[in-house]
Design a protein around this ligand. Structure first.
Ligand code: BF8
Ligand code: SF4
Length: 633
């Protein structure tokens, strides 16, 4: 059977063959069973916001043209999009709030397994937030910061500080003028639930404005999560390792951390080292912790832990038969993993009381007893290994080198080796000279509707060849790393002459004896804030607003509601933002026009909805060229 229409990753294709042989159902089978997808839902024309419905508008333009209450197609579509943004914001900021609680407990001495690891970042973020640092001990500053973070969730006299303190001045002015500055993150989410409920906001453009404001609440959540993670667990710096299913080891206790928050995965990584002897006593070579999805990105960036797969192919890690435990927290975990795990003998361990999966084993993980809970979890993994020992496994011999760890601090540090006094200058010089044509942030998920990774690699190839500097986060980073785009050895094949010169100059100035990788891994999805921070620093240094920079974003295989909110804040920041999977807006012509065109007049950014990855690359290049021309380049 040809599995290339499902995934372009050879490791995944091999596992799909195994699944077919053994009669294991995967996400691709379930997708086939679901087709044809509901046209009303797909085009955003279904409303269930009150009990008179569900109402659905006829996408062909015939009756019914309005809902029972009279809501038009555009209103229904805009309300649906707003709710997706709010859900995305709830996910990112829920993750950030969790970290704020962890930092607070750590500062109060209630969570002895956590401490402020990056004191320098604590002080610099405190400075940015207006928290006094002079002569104060770290735990006092950390406590103030945790309180400021928690205060950002509710409506108070001052707006969200994780927005006001991170934007270039011009941007803040635009947001103030249009009422887009979020008053509180949770407040904005609740506001969306209110205004999109039956009989409330019934004006599509007003609804979308509300959506942009909530999306800025999402940016605050992302930014806060990045800041607090760096403070608690360290700011990433370059690391080298390998990725894809080939990193699993038949003879080791294989433990995958899957989900998002480093509050859990950091401790698992730490405790796994301590428990090596216990694993060996059970007949294993040791404990092999690997990553899946964003928490995998977090521990890759900080510890060089190998990512084994991402997003749509998460079941494949289990189908190898070699995974002893999958330890999850929240977000992007397909509930199906518990079913597949049952066939393969893997123990799926849920850890958060708000995210249990029927069929999985639940071990409550709390910060107060983190190490103890991690020991309990890893003991379950060792037991699972004992049951697996001697049974056949099939680990695809597929892995690629990954060079990751590009926090903004790491990027500036690398550039500082060329110009210590003005690290952004080399970047600006190369942009001006055209060696770097522009910058594109790749973000977001895989989506079962797209042959896995196909859109990412097709668009990235074209952009790299045209000297666009590519940053990547989340599962887009996962896709690109599994296809070798984060191996410096691929620069020769993938990058245009100008970009090759730049990557080589920076690599050599940093003693690598060769180039940086073609794509710079900036982290997990919340770490899209790192790209926003880099763009803001460039804007400030150049004295222009964000919407004038040749910087674009692309979520070529978006799946999650979180990707929708990130896309919306990228547009709010002024970026041309590509989405390669149709948003549920096809049923709302006005909504589509606002997203693709009219919003430009407000923020300078806009959505490019383009499912074809080659056309998407051309449109992104066009947007970059237009902005270069605007700057006289
Ligand atoms: O937050 S890219 S599939 S793992 S939503 Fe999920 Fe999408 Fe992956 Fe990370 Ni982001
Ligand atoms: Fe139908 Fe209006 Fe109720 Fe939505 S809010 S279900 S369109 S009656």
């Amino acid at each position: 059977v040809d599995h290339s229409k499902k995934s372009t990753d050879p490791a995944v294709q091999q596992m799909l063959e195994k699944a077919a042989r053994e009669g294991i159902q995967t996400v691709w089978d379930r997708y086939q069973a679901m087709r044809p997808l509901c046209k009303f839902g797909e085009s955003g024309l279904c409303c269930r916001h009150c009990l008179q419905g569900p109402c659905r508008i006829n996408p062909s333009g015939r009756e019914p043209r309005v809902g029972i209450c009279g809501a038009t197609a555009d209103v229904i579509v805009a309300r649906g999009l707003d709710r997706a943004i709010a859900a995305g914001a709830a996910g990112h900021s829920g993750h950030a709030k969790h970290l704020a609680h962890t930092l607070k407990k750590a500062a109060e001495g209630k969570a002895p397994d956590y401490l402020v690891k990056d004191k320098e970042k604590l002080r610099s973020v405190a400075g940015r937030l207006g928290i006094a640092t002079d002569g104060r001990p770290e735990n006092e500053i950390a406590l103030d910061m945790a309180r400021a973070a928690l205060a950002d969730f509710h409506e108070k006299d001052t707006p969200v500080v994780w927005i006001t303190s991170v934007l270039p001045p011009g941007r803040f002015e635009i947001f103030s003028r249009h009422g887009l500055v979020p008053a509180g993150i949770d407040h904005e989410i609740a506001e969306i639930m209110h205004r999109t409920s039956m009989g409330c906001d019934a004006d599509a453009s007003n609804l979308l404005l509300g959506g942009l404001r909530c999306a800025l609440g999402d940016l605050a959540g992302c930014y806060m999560a990045t800041d607090l993670s760096d403070i608690l667990f360290g700011t990433p710096s370059p690391v080298v390792t390998e990725c894809n299913l080939g990193v699993l080891k038949a003879g080791a206790v294989n433990v995958a951390v899957h989900g998002h928050n480093p509050v859990l995965s950091e401790i698992i990584v730490l405790v796994a080292k301590e428990m090596e002897a216990e694993a060996r006593a059970a007949g294993a070579e040791g404990i092999n912790v690997v990553g899946i999805c964003c928490t995998g990105n977090e521990v890759l960036m900080r510890h060089g832990i190998s990512p084994c797969t991402h997003s749509v192919s998460q079941e494949m890690a289990i189908i190898t038969g070699a995974l002893d435990a999958m330890v999850v927290d929240y977000q992007c975990i397909q509930p199906a993993v518990a079913t597949v795990a049952e066939c393969m003998g893997t123990t799926v361990i849920t850890t958060m009381d708000m995210a249990k999966i029927t069929g999985a084993t639940h071990v409550k993980f709390s910060e107060e007893t983190a190490v103890e809970s991690a020991r309990q979890i890893l003991r379950l993994a060792i037991e699972s290994f004992t049951r697996r020992r001697g049974k056949p496994v099939e680990i695809p011999a597929v892995k690629k080198k990954v060079f990751a760890g590009f926090s903004v601090e790491a990027i500036l540090n690398a550039l500082g080796r060329i110009d210590a006094g003005d690290p952004l200058k080399p970047l600006i010089d190369h942009l001006t000279a055209g060696n770097i044509r522009g910058i594109c942030l790749f973000a977001g998920c895989n989506n079962v509707k797209v042959p896995q990774d196909y859109n990412f690699i097709t668009t990235a190839r074209r952009l790299l060849e045209q000297d666009v500097l590519v940053l990547a986060s989340g599962c887009s980073a996962g896709a690109l790393m599994r296809h070798g785009f984060m191996d410096p050895a691929s620069v020769e094949e993938l990058c245009g002459g100008g970009l090759k010169t730049v990557l080589t100059a920076i690599g050599e100035a940093n003693g690598l004896g060769g180039p940086l990788p073609p794509v710079l891994h900036v982290g997990s999805c919340v770490d899209n804030s790192r790209a926003a921070a880099l763009a803001a620093a460039l804007a400030v240094r150049l004295g222009v607003d964000l919407d004038r920079l040749p910087v674009v974003a692309s979520a070529a295989e978006a799946m999650h509601e979180k990707a929708v909110s990130i896309g919306a804040w990228a547009v709010a920041l002024g970026l041309p933002t590509h989405v390669g999977v149709m948003l549920p807006v096809a049923g709302g012509p006005l909504v589509q026009r606002i997203l693709a065109e009219e919003v430009k007049g407000l923020t300078g950014g806009y959505f490019i909805l383009e499912p074809d990855p080659e056309s998407a690359a051309e449109k992104l290049l066009e947007a970059i060229n237009e902005r270069r021309a605007g700057l006289g380049l």
